[in-house]
Design a protein around this ligand. Structure first.
Ligand SMILES: Cc1ncc(COP(=O)(O)O)c(C=O)c1O
Length: 416
């Protein structure tokens, strides 16, 4: 299993911090639906959707068809100068699905890009640079986004370069914690450094699939607006159906800005900062030299794939499937792991699930390794690596889910 030869070659050419070459590193060569194959011919069931990207499954035929057609005509345009026509069609399709009557969008390639655009938008719209973020949050690693990402591991080497106008508040799991967090929010909003934006993940992903108690997001939104600041919902992970709703925030509020990424491009790099015209028009009209753009903005292949993804999302009812399969998966996980001393909690929303374990920090990585031996791909998450994160494609069949749960239960029991 794995390929020592590829690992050795990679080591010679890639910066050593990038790819973790563990005892067993599969180098992927093929993927279709929920199945992945590596260079040694091993087959895996992918319960991660490759960081949550393959929400419609790997290489969905309709999305591939869109990409192939686009590739036959135009693979690169001049995003903000001579825009590819397909960019317009994608923006229209996305805007139509957003909760505002007149939506404006800034496209990017990564989730970090979407967060950078949202933070800049909030500053332009409010004239304030203060930001409130939450402990445990992950908003990406570009310097602007990193300033709002909480985990020390990512921040420490660069901390002197990070904006120091970001306040972190506790992210609550219980109603009591929510009350205390809201009190702290009120203090932060009334503080001497005027806050322009509160940025929040409706369900924290990399912190270990942590949902706040019901009503928290609504209260955050109310307090944020009352203070003249904007609520940014970072839905890079939760968005586009993963939690059972198109936007996870929609259960409680309509945010002022929404960040999307991961699933949005159907497998190609595509992200978006979306908001209503009255907020987004804080950006001045372009004078011919946009103040926020990039070479690959509105990439034709990604936009074509994005259109394909939106079609599949609707035609195959992926959000509804995520809600239903999420309930099935949580039920199966609870049953399969019942009486397992290593398990603290099974939780999640839709197809964003976490199994929190007892045991030493990093235990989830060990489980992921054991799962791999059983042909299953899962990821470790959580501040101290005690959560196994599951974000499978919504196209997964119930039997495939059951197969994955069985393999995972075996992996968890092996570390008891
Ligand atoms: C909520 C959230 N925001 C932003 C990001 C950053 O996205 P990217 O890695 O594409 O820059 C991530 C990535 O995991 C994320 O989960």
């Amino acid at each position: 299993m794995g390929s020592d030869a590829l690992a050795a070659r990679l080591k010679r050419v890639e910066s050593r911090n990038v790819t973790f070459l563990g005892r067993r590193t599969p180098f992927w060569t093929d993927a279709l639906g929920v199945r992945v194959r590596d260079d040694a011919g091993n087959r895996y069931l992918d319960l991660t959707g490759a960081f949550g990207v393959a929400f419609a499954g790997h290489r969905h035929p309709r999305i591939m068809n869109r990409i192939a057609k686009q590739a036959g005509r135009l693979v690169h345009g001049m995003g903000d100068v001579h825009p590819p026509a397909v960019k317009v069609a994608f923006l229209e399709a996305l805007a139509e699905r957003m909760p505002w009557s007149a939506t404006r969008i800034v496209l990017g390639l990564t989730g970090s890009d979407a967060v950078e655009a949202a933070l800049k938008t909030a500053q332009l719209a409010t004239g304030r640079i203060g930001i409130v973020a939450f402990e445990g949050s992950y908003h990406g690693l570009a310097l602007g986004a990193l300033a709002t990402t909480h985990r020390e591991h990512f921040r420490r080497p660069f901390v002197d370069r990070l904006a120091d106008h970001v306040r972190f508040l506790p992210f609550p799991s219980t109603a009591d914690e929510a009350e205390r967090a809201l009190e702290r929010l009120a203090v932060a909003l009334a503080g001497v450094h005027p806050v322009g934006a509160v940025i929040v993940e409706p369900v924290q992903g990399r912190a270990g699939v942590r949902a706040p108690p019901p009503g928290f997001l609504r209260s955050v939104a109310e307090r944020t607006r009352a203070a003249g600041a904007l609520l940014i919902a970072d839905e890079v992970f939760t968005g586009m159906g993963r939690t059972g709703d198109l936007l996870a925030s929609s259960r409680e509020t309509v945010p002022d800005l929404v960040c999307l990424g991961k699933a949005l491009g159907g497998g190609l790099p595509l992200s978006a900062c979306c908001g209503p015209a009255e907020v987004m028009d804080a950006w001045p009209p372009s004078s011919g030299e946009a103040i926020h753009t990039s070479t690959f903005l509105g990439h034709p292949l990604a936009c074509a794939a994005g259109i394909g993804f939106l079609e599949v999302l609707e035609d195959e009812g992926l959000a509804t499937r995520a809600a239903r399969l999420g309930r099935t998966a949580a039920g199966c996980l609870k049953e399969a792991l019942a009486g397992c001393g290593a398990v603290r909690e099974v939780r999640g929303r839709g197809l964003m699930l976490g199994v929190e374990l007892h045991g030493p920090a990093g235990v989830a990585a060990l489980v992921a390794e054991r799962a791999l031996e059983r042909g299953l791909i899962v990821l470790p998450a959580g501040e101290d690596g005690r959560v196994v994160e599951l974000t499978p494609p919504a196209t997964i069949a119930t039997e495939e889910l059951e197969e994955g749960v069985e393999a995972l239960a075996g992996a968890v029991r092996s570390v008891e």
